[in-house]
Design a protein around this ligand. Sequence first.
Ligand SMILES: [Zn+2]
Length: 297
Amino acid sequence: MPNVELPVEEHQRRVKAIKTPRTWRQIAVELGLSADGIQRWAYLNGIKRPKYKESREKEVVKLLKQGKEYQEIADSLKIPHSTVRSIARRNNLTGKPSVSPKEVEEMLRLRKNGCPLLQIAKKTGRSAQTVYKYLSKNDPNYRKRQQVNPWTQKEVDILVEKWKEGLLYKDISKFLPNRNPVAVRSKISYLGLSRYKTKFSGISSQKQREMALSDLCGGEIRCQAKKSWDCCNRQKDLRFLQIDHINGDGYKDNLKGEKRHKAIIEDPEKYRKIYQVLCANANNIKKAENKEHGRSR
Ligand SMILES: [Zn+2]
C-alpha cells in the first residue's frame, strides 16, 4: 500500500483520533478503518499514540477524585468495572469511609422491617455487595434465609474426595445430584481447597519469564551471542530476546513456554548448559549457519 497523501482535514482527523487515549481498536472504529491499517498509517507518518494505560489511569484518577462512581467511570471510558476498581485501589482512592456501627444498625433495622437488599443499599448509599457483607456478618439469620439448600456432611465428603482425584467441577457435580458445577466451584473456594497452588502462584507469567531469562544470564539479562556475530549491542530489551537451545536440539525437549520458564527457575545450573539467551538477530544468524552446515532435523 503506497503512502498516499491525504487531504489535510482527513490527516488532521486521524491525528486527533490517534492522540485521544484509548485502544487502537477503538480508534479504528471511530475512523472506519482497520486497526492494522491505522497503526501502519500512524507509524509511516511518525504519529505516536499517547501511552494508553498511563493516560487512562490518569483519567480514571481524575474522575475518582471528582467523586464519580466506579460504574459511571467504567461506562464513560468504556472500560471494565474491575479496571476502575484496581486503579482506585492502586491510588488509594477507594473512596467511601468504612461502614460505621451506626450504619450497620440502620441496615439491620431496615432489614428487620422487610426492606429488600437493593432498597437498603439505596437508602444507605452503599453498594448491594457492602450491605450483603454487613448483614450476613451481623444478622445470624440472614445467611440461613439465603441458604435454602445447605450442604450435608456427606456431600462435602464426596466433594473433597472427587476434588482430590482431580475431577473437574462439572464432573464432580455428576456425583452430587443437588449441585450444579457453579455451586461445586463456590463450595470448593469456600472450603479453601486448591490443587493449583504452587510456589509460582501469584507470580505473573511475564515475571516468570523475566526470572528465567535472568537465571540463564546469571544476573543481568542480555543477548549472550558471541561478539563476532555482530547481532546487537548486548541487547537488553526483553521483547527482542529469546531462549535458544545451545545445541539446537529443540525438537527433543517438550519444555515450552511457562513450563520451560518454571523448570529453569527451579534448576538454573542444569538449564544453563542447555539454553542460552539470544536476540532475535542472533537466533536467525544461528539458524542460517546451521542450515549451511547441512544440519537437518
Ligand atoms: Zn544479539
